[in-house]
Ligand binder design. Structure first.
Ligand SMILES: [Zn+2]
Length: 409
């Protein structure tokens, strides 16, 4: 479905198409060996900037049902040490800022395998996780957590409230940016919050995505990329007021936004400071995106020239990291199993499957050492530093290539 209006401010006249990445399969859907000969669905991946509220969104939406229920969605919260460390830090920071006691209820939407809510449960709070994936909901329930399968809407929030009361905190990390009907979801969230309560979200930041050329943060599952300007607009529209903002390095740069149901808590100074920073790097100006497109096309051509020349000399090249963003990169660069021998990933759910569109086999990290590898393409730049150090300790002859010369984290 093509977007007819901005999903934050509902206006259509201000939408400008600023990014064109061609056709892509769903980035978080991996292909089984038996499905390799079947045709795969590709959808246009273009993005729009709303010059009214500063929101950045996809132009074409794939339905939520298709993205998370029909597909074999395979992201897990606890699939890496760095992710678990992040969720532990999130729980510590949030519970230090918002005091919780045993009567308090914390609802997380997009709770995945339940890792984060299990941390809030350890703090003594009552918890509920809401997630659209039937597989992930079962994983959470098997660990003894209270988990509801579904999208964040009136029905799932009402179920959570009926069982454990209205929430002191509702949180959703890297989830709000996956939601197509944002205003409906916000109304449902507001209905589940009690008086003097908080909504805390983490979303990839538009400023970081554009400044650092993180074009691989764009895929169909990421319907939106928020600026602080657009998230402030959205929250105020639903009676939530920003009290605190943190710039965090997660996903290459994210905004952690705390908002309160109390209007008098609104921290206008913090909000204005952040919007000024965003304006300084021109993310609300369409010309910025022309430069962005020119740079990522140049990076693509440079990297392909390097990889093809290495391949000609018989070098064995693999990629590290089969996350959703790797798939945007592989498909935009038109890299497939004729160039890359395999791709490694830490998630056991992906083992033996193939990357969508590019059909590259996914193996575990040990394959990097058991097979003779010459070159490693780091597609998981978000954990690249950790990976390169780990690989170097075992085989210091491997050459590393980072697409777009991104700074490894
Ligand atoms: Zn807008």
């Amino acid at each position: 479905m093509l977007a007819k209006k901005c999903i934050v401010c509902d206006k259509s006249a201000y939408l400008k198409r600023v990014i064109e990445l061609g056709f892509h399969p769903l980035a978080d859907t991996f292909v089984k060996k038996t499905q390799l000969l079947n045709s795969q669905k590709f959808y246009p991946l273009n993005c729009l900037l709303c010059t009214n509220c500063g929101h950045f969104q996809n132009e074409y939406f794939v339905s939520g049902e298709e993205r998370y229920i029909e597909s074999n969605y395979s992201y897990t919260s606890s699939n890496s040490e760095s992710a678990m460390k992040h969720w532990n830090e999130f729980c510590e920071t949030v519970s230090a800022y918002i005091k919780l006691d045993s009567l308090d209820h914390v609802i997380e939407f997009g709770s995945n395998d339940g890792y984060l809510i299990s941390q809030f449960q350890k703090k003594g709070a009552k918890v509920t996780g809401i997630d659209p994936s039937p597989i992930m909901t079962k994983v959470a329930q098997k660990s003894g957590l209270n988990a509801i399968q579904g999208f964040v809407n009136y029905s799932t929030i009402a179920k959570a409230v009926k069982k454990q009361g209205k929430a002191k905190i509702i949180c959703g990390n890297n989830v709000l940016n996956h939601i197509e009907n944002l205003n409906d979801a916000m109304k449902a969230i507001k209905s589940g919050l009690r008086n003097n309560s908080y909504f805390v979200v983490e979303v990839p930041s538009l400023k970081d995505t554009i400044e650092k050329y993180l074009f691989d943060m764009i895929f169909h599952e990421h319907i939106s990329t928020f600026s602080l300007k657009s998230i402030d607009y959205l929250l105020r529209k639903h009676g939530l007021y920003i009290t605190k903002v943190e710039d965090i390095p997660y996903h290459g740069g994210s905004l952690r936004v705390f908002s309160s149901t109390k209007k008098s808590d609104y921290n206008r100074t913090i909000v204005e400071e952040h919007i000024t920073k965003e304006e300084k790097v021109n993310i609300f100006n369409t010309d910025t995106y022309k430069k962005f497109m020119a740079k990522i096309i140049k990076d693509k051509n440079d990297l392909l020239a390097t990889l093809y020349s290495l391949k000609k000399t018989g070098k064995k090249i693999v990629a590290v990291g089969a996350g959703a963003r790797s798939n945007t990169l592989l498909n935009f660069y038109r890299l497939d199993n004729t160039v890359l021998e395999f791709v490694t990933d830490a998630s056991k759910h992906k083992m033996g499957k193939f990357t969508p569109g590019s059909n590259i086999e996914i193996k575990d990290d040990n394959s990097l050492f058991s097979e003779n590898i010459d070159v490693v393409l780091i597609t998981a730049w978000n954990i690249g530093r950790y990976l390169t150090e780990k690989i170097r300790k075992i085989n210091d002859k491997i050459e590393f290539i980072v697409p777009g010369e991104k700074e490894l984290m």
